[in-house]
Design a protein. Structure first.
Length: 217
């Protein structure tokens, strides 16, 4: 669950004010639960909250710490300040809701819930997650997934999906399956690794009813 991230698509409006705080929480998603403090398996304290404009520099620093091979599979150059600035300027929680994980004043994880405005697919969302290498194997990716799935479930989304590169993101696939995602498709050769070899992309999905039952067990 520690490298399920990709790009954010262009947004039409900015939902953060000049101080970097969200202008309103009355959008599609109910965000009154944030910021939220949690603890990892090893006791590390983490704070989850939506990304705001003031996070720009910390977000750049975070992505520079992510291993190059992990960044390679993302859809944008996340080490480019201009890319991050565009995300900040076009923040639109209704289209893409980024939840950042903070520890010790640094961003250590980024999870995003992506939802289209097209009526025919409004009931489906995609989750993308990436975690700082030193915070992996501690349950952070799974907790980010839980948080985003909870937001989806509370706001009428019926299904969530995840895409991961086979063999290169197997830990993420296993983590997703652990919390109830099932494989629903395979896209042969839809990614290339750093050596130019074709890799399959696995599509996993979970109905929100199944997610709710799993986490209430």
């Amino acid at each position: 669950m520690d490298s399920l991230a990709a790009d954010r698509r262009p947004r039409k409006r900015n939902t953060a004010n000049v101080q970097g705080e969200p202008m309103s929480k009355q959008h599609i998603y109910k965000l009154t639960a944030f910021p939220k403090d949690i603890s990892l398996r090893d006791g590390t304290k983490i704070t989850f909250r939506p990304m705001v404009a003031a996070d720009e520099q910390e977000l750049i620093a975070f992505f520079k710490r992510v291993p190059a091979e992990d960044r390679y599979y993302l859809k944008e150059d996340v080490t480019s300040p201009s890319v991050i600035k565009k995300w900040i300027q076009e923040l639109d929680y209704d289209r893409a809701l980024p939840i950042l994980a903070w520890a010790g004043g640094r961003v250590v994880g980024d999870g995003t819930l992506h939802r289209t405005r097209a009526s025919a697919r409004r009931h489906v969302a995609e989750i993308r997650i990436i975690v700082d290498a030193i915070y992996r194997q501690k349950g952070l990716g799974t907790l980010l997934l839980h948080e985003l799935a909870g937001v989806a479930n509370a706001n009428g989304i019926e299904r969530v999906k995840i895409e991961a590169v086979a063999e290169k993101e197997d830990q993420a696939i296993k983590a997703a399956e652990y919390v109830g995602f099932v494989r629903v498709g395979l896209l042969p050769g839809h990614a290339k690794d750093m050596d130019g070899r074709l890799r399959d992309v696995v599509i996993l999905e979970m109905p929100m009813g199944k997610w709710f039952e799993w986490w209430q067990f």
